[in-house]
Design a protein around this ligand. Sequence first.
Ligand SMILES: [Mg+2]
Ligand SMILES: [Zn+2]
Length: 190
Amino acid sequence: MSKTVFLDRDGTLNREIGFIGSPDRLELLPGVPGALRRLHDRGYRLVITTNQSGIARGLYTERDLARVHERLHGLVQGLPFAYLHCPHHPDAEGGDPAYRRDCTCRKPKSGLLHQACAMLKGFGVSLEGSVVIGDSARDLLMANGLPLTKVLVASGKPVEAERQKLRDAGCVPDHEAADLPAAVSWLLEQ
Ligand SMILES: [Mg+2]
Ligand SMILES: [Zn+2]
């Protein structure tokens, strides 16, 4: 069974600039395509898991997000296997009320991981031996108590605040790296 790396998007693959509702706002971080290529060549499946409450807030639509991901997919040479997002927010205003709810898929909840496994288990996607990489505490908390390796990257949100949130939650990262290329180098040495 192949292993999967569950990757956060904003601050991990592309620059963290707040809500991204159009493809031209997407700016890849340095070395990201090469880092994804190294993972892919070592047999890892790449699955993007991202909170997109901008949909619940009415800032952009599912179709806009699909356009952003189409551009991202091109920029990273078609390497990701799947993109999963949470469009919800419990108290968002301005968008479709159908998205305003306390869902189970908004990170730090683990719903996106379970969705990915349910949808993709026929392709060998499972939690056991897999990895999460993200710049936010909630990216790692999503995997807290689950059998995944957790890597925090310092390429997005101010990292000390994220470290503190992890400490407060009793969640210890397996590794912290400056950015995705460094995280991948560490992972492939394990
Ligand atoms: Mg992020
Ligand atoms: Zn959700």
